[in-house]
Ligand binder design. Structure first.
Ligand code: THU
Length: 133
């Protein structure tokens, strides 16, 4: 994937971020996921007055893709105000679908702050292969 393609994925996540529903944390997160087939899915964090029912942007993007039949991911961009990295729960959900998925972390100006893989973000991940007997 070219730098231009990475930047457009970051820009897509940042545009989605405007739709984050964050009345409590005021910390909008946007995600944009590209599948190996080239499809794009965005997600935003959606908070709830019952705080634990909040859902992260990354998981919404991934669940949208899976619910449309897409389970092979190439890359996901995550945009926050300060370039924050995906939470542990989101790393685990990413790991379910492949440790080689690239993860881009960008700030609110759309600048790439960090690039990694799911494997590097979650070493020793518990994956579907651990459930095979
Ligand atoms: N959040 C995400 O959307 N993704 C992450 O990986 C980290 C946290 C959201 C959850 C909550 O709405 C807000 O950021 C503050 O934790």
């Amino acid at each position: 994937m070219t730098n231009e393609e990475k930047q457009s994925l970051i820009d897509l996540a940042n545009e989605a971020r405007r739709r984050a529903y964050v009345p409590y944390s005021k910390y909008p997160v946007g995600a944009a996921l590209r599948t190996k087939s080239g499809r794009l899915y965005t997600g935003v964090n959606v908070e709830n007055a019952a705080y634990p029912q909040t859902m992260c942007a990354e998981r919404i993007a991934i669940f949208k893709a899976v619910s449309e039949g897409e389970t092979e991911f190439e890359i996901i961009a995550v945009v926050t105000n300060n370039g924050g990295s995906p939470c542990g729960g989101c790393r685990q959900v990413m790991a379910e679908f492949g440790l080689d998925t690239i993860v881009l972390m960008a700030n609110g100006r759309g600048e790439l702050v960090n690039e990694s893989t799911v494997n590097d973000l979650l070493p020793g991940a518990f994956t579907p292969k651990h459930l095979t007997v």
